[in-house]
Design a protein around this ligand. Sequence first.
Ligand SMILES: [Zn+2]
Length: 224
Amino acid sequence: MYFDWTWFLIIPALLLGLWAQSHVKSTYNKYATVFSSRGAQAQDVAADILRTEGCQDVRIQPIGGDLTDNYDPSTKILNLSQTVYGSSSLAAIGVAAHEAGHALQHNHGYAPLALRSVMVPAVRIGSAMAWPIFILGLLVSFRPLMDIGIIAFSLAVLFSLVTLPVEFNASRRALRILADGHYLNEEEVLGARSVLRAAALTYVAAALSSILQLVRLLVLRNRR
Ligand SMILES: [Zn+2]
């Protein structure tokens, strides 16, 4: 079972994932050393965007680690990583504006974000249970068990697909506001866009990987 051809199904996704990770790192590093001519720091840009767009109750705080930036809808906290918080680089401002974009989605009741939040607990359980249940079903050749594993895994696939519009939309909002609000000039917006596009690609790679893993599970099940 461990040396079957179905492994080849997930190799393209694995390679794309590795490439996307290194691409986002190198793009980020490149634009982390290019600074905005206005000189505003990322957390101030995010705060200003939130204020201007009517999001008064979001708190912005620094968080440890690299590329750990996120917006938590349950606490309304916008976490900015240590290389973003306090920086006026195009990369930092792009990321901060993207996270502010998630807060705006939340504030405006953007449906895919709401759906994503609702899915989180089920996806967490589904992801943890999917493989153990499936493998158990495979070992005892019991199809219903394999099906339960596949259904549980499908939740993770669905989640990775719902994540795509959420991420694309947050970046689109961010880049529009950065340009329209004159936080960055035209050329600088292109730098921020490169960073956000590279980040988006990692989500595409993750979605592709989960789809191919699901295909692999289906192939393994149907072989029995
Ligand atoms: Zn995001």
